[in-house]
Design a protein around this ligand. Structure first.
Ligand code: CP3
Length: 356
C-alpha cells in the first residue's frame, strides 16, 4: 500500500476518461503546460537552473502548480524531464538555453555501454518521488497528478545522438549496425523505467504517461521490434510490481509521436495501455475507427493552431471533441505547447473543449 494519505480527488474526469467511464465534460490538459509560455515559469527559471528545479521538490511543485492556478485544466503533470534517467545511469546532461538538452559524452559504439550503471532507482530518483508527494499534498485534490517517463527508444536516441536532432542518424544507425547492443541498451532502460514508474505511483502519481517522442523515425517493423516490444514490457512490468506490492493500479498512456496508423493499431491491440496519445498528423475519425472502442484517445490539435484567433481556437477545440466523441477521449495538443504559445489561446482551447 502507499504510505500517504492524500486529500480526496474533486475532479476525476481524467481518470474516468482513461478508464472508459462516462464524463460530464471532456478532460483537457496540455503537454508542456508547465513551461516557458507562462511568465511565472520564466520568472522561476530566471533564478534556477533547469535540473535544479527538477531536483528541488519545492520548486518542482511550485512550477507544476503554476498552470493549475491560472487555467481550468483537468490534470497536472509533474515538472521533471525524461532525461533524468540517463543522468541516473551516469551520463551528464546539460540543458542549454536556445539549444535544448546536450549529452556531451554520448554512446558512440557498444563498447560504451560499459560506462552505464544500473542505478538503485529508489535512491537515485528519490527526488522525483518527493516532488510528486509534495505536489499531491499541495494540489488539495483539485485535479489528478500525472507522472511520466521517456520510452526506451526515445531515451536511447538522446543517449546515442548526444542531444536532440531532427533526423537522429546515430541511434538509427545503431538499430541496423548493432541490433544486439541496441536491444541490450533498450532492455536496461526498460528495467529502470519500470522501477521508476512504480516509484512514482508509490509517491502519489495517479496516471502514468510514457513519451515515445522519437517515434517519427520508426517504420512499422522498427516500431514493433524496438519500441512496442519495450512499451509492452513496461506496461506488464509496472502492473506486475504494483500487484505484488498490493498497490492499486493506475491507468497508463503511451504517446508514440510520429508513429504510423499501422503502428498505433498494433499498440492498441497488443500494448495493454488504457490511453494512446496521437500527434496532430493523425485524423481523429480514422484513429477512432482503426484503434477500436477499448482504448481512450488523447490529443491532438496542432500546437501551431494556437496561433489562430481565439474564436477559431475555441471552435477547433469544440470540433475536436465532436470528431473524437465525448467517450474515451482526453483533449490535448498533438505535441507540447511552444515557448511563445499565446495564453489567451490556451484559455480558448480549454473553454472550447468544455463547451461541448
Ligand atoms: O509541463 C509538462 O509537460 C511537464 C514537464 C515536462 C518537461 N519535459 C519540462 C521541460 C515534460 C513532460 C517533459 C518531457 C520531455 N523532455 C520530452 C517528451 C515530450 C516531448 O516534448 O516530446 C522530451 C523529448 C524531453 C527532452 C527535452 N527537454 C527537450 C527536447 C527539451 C528542449 C525543448 C525546447 O523547446 O527547448 C527539454 C527542456 C524542457 N523540458 C523545458 C521544459 C519546460 C524547457 C527548457 C527550459 O526551461 O530551459
Amino acid at each position: 500500500m502507499t504510505e500517504h494519505n492524500f486529500p480526496p480527488l474533486k475532479n476525476d474526469r481524467l481518470l474516468r476518461a482513461a478508464r472508459g467511464e462516462p464524463v460530464d465534460k471532456v478532460p483537457v490538459w496540455i503537454m508542456r503546460q508547465a513551461g516557458r509560455y507562462l511568465p511565472e515559469f520564466r520568472e522561476t527559471r530566471s533564478k534556477s537552473d533547469f535540473f535544479t528545479i527538477c531536483r528541488t521538490p519545492a520548486l518542482a511543485c511550485e512550477v507544476t502548480l503554476q498552470p493549475i492556478r491560472r487555467f481550468d485544466y483537468d490534470a497536472s503533470i509533474i515538472f521533471s524531464d525524461i532525461l533524468v534517467i540517463p543522468q541516473a545511469m551516469g551520463m551528464e546532461v546539460e540543458m542549454r538555453p536556445g539549444v535544448g538538452p546536450v549529452l556531451p559524452e554520448p554512446l558512440i559504439d557498444p563498447s560504451h555501454l560499459s560506462r552505464l550503471v544500473r542505478p538503485d532507482v529508489d535512491k537515485a530518483l528519490s527526488y522525483v518521488g518527493d516532488a510528486i508527494t509534495l505536489t499531491r499534498q499541495s494540489l488539495q485534490g483539485k485535479v489528478p497528478l500525472i507522472g511520466f517517463t521517456g520510452a526506451p527508444w526515445t531515451l536511447m536516441g538522446y543517449m546515442v545522438q548526444g542531444g536532440g536532432s531532427s533526423t537522429m542518424p546515430l541511434p538509427r544507425l545503431w538499430l541496423y549496425r548493432y541490433p544486439k547492443a541496441s536491444h541490450q541498451l533498450l532492455q536496461l532502460i526498460t528495467d529502470i523505467v519500470i522501477d521508476y514508474l512504480v516509484l512514482q505511483v508509490k509517491a502519489g502519481a495517479q496516471l502514468l504517461q510514457v513519451f515515445e517522442s522519437s517515434g517519427d523515425f520508426l517504420n512499422d517493423e522498427l516500431f514493433q521490434n524496438f519500441s512496442l516490444k519495450y512499451l509492452k514490457l513496461i506496461r506488464e512490468g509496472v502492473q506486475n510490481k504494483l500487484v505484488e506490492q498490493n498497490i492499486p493500479l493506475v491507468p497508463m498512456t503511451a504517446f508514440p509521436k510520429g508513429a504510423t496508423l499501422n503502428s498505433l493499431e498494433m499498440l492498441a491491440k497488443e500494448g495493454g495501455y488504457d490511453v494512446i496519445g496521437l500527434d496532430w498528423t493523425i485524423d481523429p475519425s480514422e484513429a477512432r475507427a482503426r484503434l477500436g472502442p477499448n482504448v481512450t484517445l488523447q490529443g491532438n490539435m496542432d500546437p501551431c493552431a494556437l496561433y489562430a484567433s481565439e474564436a477559431e481556437v475555441f471552435e477547433r477545440a469544440a470540433e475536436l471533441v465532436r470528431k473524437f466523441g465525448k467517450h474515451r477521449y482526453i483533449a490535448n495538443l498533438g505535441h507540447g505547447i511552444l515557448p511563445d504559445g499565446p495564453i489567451t489561446s490556451v484559455e480558448a482551447f480549454i473553454a472550447g473543449v468544455h463547451s461541448v
